[in-house]
Write a protein that binds this ligand. Structure first.
Ligand code: ASP
Length: 445
């Protein structure tokens, strides 16, 4: 059934080509498809609006829908199977602790990097007041909504949301952490029980997982075209000019993200994972490109799992466990960005934060990386709630909304790559999977 990857170029090369084609075409189309109106505002040409509305927009959106469609069955089946395959409570405890240790320490490192960069380069000082005023007015409405959401989201409410009252409602509302909690509990109980009924159920869950992975193999063949369409729609409609007034902020955020991605991760992969960083990046590339073009760790999860399962050469059970949990709980890029933004806005509004307060910001951002949803802009309400804690006007978020989408693409790459790095590091020293013997077959017959 068309199992081969297809002749010709490898998938990751095709994705890279799609990526470049979309970005370049978008950058060319933006000036061609825009004119300056009488009032000085940019007016989009009819042909470009039609192209985005009827061609590239829908192509990109359908791809996103296909990815999101697979998230719930994958999260449930991957976690149940991951827990059951890890098996005895001792191994589960060890792998769970290693994963938690990785998430907390590497996120803290990421935030520290962000805070250092802002302290060093001070992007929040000396922004032109007129420019700031205009930016704030442009996005005031949206920022007000985010600020309101952030004010509601107390730390306690976030913690309580981890335990869902109704798992179906959690799934419908996109509360993935709630679904994960349920799946983890389910897996632990299944691992303990192993009755014939449980084994039959696990065989079915394995079926759900296998089917979802097969589907993602099909869906991902569309990725090169969809990535091109997504990037084109974004760049052709907005151009890159929006980045200029906040250039220093963008540079500091993206620079710190780049250091984390290209310096910290390779060191971790080499020293703690025993893998060549170049090799790692080559294998991880499809997930990184999907993350960049979707801005969503959740939408990228199917691809991340496929990479962990097929490309990385790590034990399958660990990839399933770490990547699934990591899609919402391990967000290095998001944690870093939260730190940068909070400090940037504090600088902008002239709010002095002492060292102790900055340490508290660090702690909140590490937790914020765990609590933020893996969707585009998922960290904004978290940032709003941290701003409120430190007496910084939450509406200030309006200042950065115009550049958020671009930084979101970059931080999502760091988030997703961090899950794969975590898989490599946690796998070190763990036994390989038994050949062709998924735990679910043990009790059959
Ligand atoms: N878009 C990010 C993600 O899905 C979350 C965020 O930082 O807004 O990983």
């Amino acid at each position: 059934m068309g199992g081969s990857e297809g002749r010709g170029l490898a998938l990751h090369t095709k994705m890279l080509l799609g990526f470049l084609a979309g970005a370049v075409a978008g950058a060319i189309a933006f000036p061609l498809g825009h004119a300056t109106g009488a009032d000085g505002a940019l007016v989009q040409a009819g042909w470009l609006t039609a192209l985005i509305t009827y061609v590239t927009g829908p192509v990109g959106q359908v791809f996103l829908h296909l990815l999101f469609m697979l998230v719930l069955p994958l999260v449930f089946s991957a976690l149940v199977l991951g827990v059951v395959e890890i098996g005895d409570p001792k191994s589960l405890g060890r792998i769970g602790l290693k994963t938690l240790g990785f998430i907390l320490s590497v996120s803290a490192l990421a935030v520290l990097l962000g805070l250092l960069a802002v302290n060093l380069f001070k992007p929040g000082a000396g922004i032109d007041a007129g420019v700031a005023e205009a930016l704030m007015q442009q996005s005031a409405g949206q920022a007000g909504e985010i600020a309101a959401k952030g004010q509601q989201a107390s730390a306690l409410a976030v913690l309580m949301g981890i335990v869902p009252r109704n798992v179906l409602a959690a799934g419908v509302e996109g509360n993935l952490i709630g679904v994960m909690f349920f799946a983890l509990m389910f897996g632990v109980a299944a691992a303990v029980l192993r009755t014939p009924g449980v084994n039959a159920f696990l065989a079915a869950v394995q079926g759900v997982y296998d089917i979802s992975i097969k589907l993602i193999q099909w869906v991902i063949r569309l990725a090169p075209y969809a990535v091109a369409a997504l990037l084109f729609s974004l760049i052709a409609a907005r151009g890159l000019g929006a980045l200029i007034p906040l250039g220093k902020f963008v540079l500091v955020a993206v620079g710190a993200l780049a250091v984390h991605l290209f310096v910290v991760f390779p060191i971790l992969v080499r020293v703690f994972g025993g893998m060549s960083p170049l090799d790692f990046f080559r294998r991880a590339q499809p997930a990184m490109l999907t993350a960049f073009s979707t801005s969503s760790s959740s939408a990228t999860l199917p691809t991340t799992l496929k990479i962990a399962e097929e490309n990385l050469g790590t034990p399958r059970r660990i990839g399933r466990f770490v990547c699934t949990l990591g899609a919402t709980a391990n967000m290095n890029g998001t944690a870093l960005f939260e730190g940068v933004t909070v400090l940037f806005l504090a600088q902008f509004f002239g709010v002095e934060l002492s060292l102790a307060q900055q340490l508290l910001v660090l702690l909140m951002c590490v937790l914020g990386g765990i609590g933020a949803a893996g969707v585009p802009g998922g960290s904004l309400p978290v940032i709003a709630s941290i701003l409120v804690m430190f007496g910084i006007p939450a509406e200030g978020i309006a200042l950065i909304l115009g550049v958020d989408r671009f930084i979101d693409m970059c931080r999502t790459v760091v988030n997703v790559t961090g899950d794969l790095v975590g898989t490599v590091v946690v796998s070190r020293g763990e036994a390989p999977d038994p050949p062709e013997a998924p735990a679910v077959e043990a009790g059959q017959g």
